[in-house]
Design a binder for this molecule. Structure first.
Ligand code: FE2
Ligand code: FE2
Length: 260
């Protein structure tokens, strides 16, 4: 089977690209299951119930989140109501939503776990202890982990921590795709960052003029706005898994542009 993992979908341009093209991408690459990071899908970051529903309607099986999980109005409602959404497992347990979801595709059962890092990120419980405890409860054929973090070191450490215990560990959050895709020694398919799905000529999704003002006129408060014009690139990774053995046999980065 083939699993497509899509990097952070950013704003209107990112999500509309997914709405228009994901079914065609699924067909072209023979994809069985799609997991996408949606923490920046709304204009304010975060996600609302309408956007979450539409992404699922348009071919995303599971949406993972991150530090921006609750950045959008009605984000809590989305987390509570949409069973396709998963937010960081190592957030406090009393927060809305769930840290992992299990689904059955008929020929395989799949769990998707979302974690958030702690290096240069907001406060959160230890992702290593949290995932360790969750793995004792999860009993699916395939386990996928989105490690949403700033530091590549923390993400790679998580890759090795979970190597041989889950099929896939990918990173999200920094919005720039890394070129370290590999099958780790224990068999886990890994990449430090999937990249993002949004306007290519932007600063990680933010309008470049706004980002420049932020850095050049440091000290001045700048309102961040997402880029809403320009060509979109969908970045991610396709993981191939043997249907019988459930072992990862291939990891391929993808960067898709233009209408399919
Ligand atoms: Fe993000
Ligand atoms: Fe993030």
């Amino acid at each position: 089977m083939k699993i497509l993992a899509i990097g952070d979908i950013v704003g209107r341009c990112g999500r509309e690209y997914v709405y228009r093209n994901l079914f065609k991408i699924r067909k072209k690459y023979n994809i069985d299951f799609v997991v996408a990071n949606g923490e920046n899908a709304a204009e304010t970051n975060g996600i609302n119930p309408e956007i979450a529903d539409r992404l699922v309607e348009r071919g995303v099986d599971i949406i993972t989140m991150g530090n921006h999980t609750f950045s959008c109005k009605n984000g809590e409602i989305a987390m509570e109501e949409n069973r396709h959404l998963v937010r960081p497992l190592n957030f406090p347990p009393e927060l809305e939503g769930r840290g992992y979801v299990e689904t059955n595709l008929g020929f395989a059962s799949v769990a998707v776990i979302n974690l958030v890092g702690r290096v240069n990120m907001g406060p959160a419980d230890c992702p290593f202890h949290a995932v360790d405890a969750a793995l004792k409860k999860i009993d699916t054929d395939i386990i996928i982990v989105d490690m949403h973090a700033e530091a590549t070191s923390e993400r790679r450490a998580m890759g090795f921590f979970l190597d041989g215990r889950v099929q896939i560990v990918f990173g999200t959050h920094t919005h720039v795709q890394t070129a370290d895709e590999q099958i780790l020694p224990g068999g886990t398919g890994y990449i430090s960052d999937l990249g993002m799905t949004g306007v290519k000529d932007s600063v990680i999704g933010t309008k470049k003029e706004v980002a420049l003002e932020h850095f050049i006129k440091s000290g001045k408060r700048v309102k961040f706005t997402k880029e809403t014009e320009g060509d979109v690139r969908l970045s991610g990774c396709i993981f191939e898994i043997d249907n019988k053995t459930k072992k990862v046999t291939g990891v391929m980065r993808v960067n898709i542009e233009g209408e399919l």
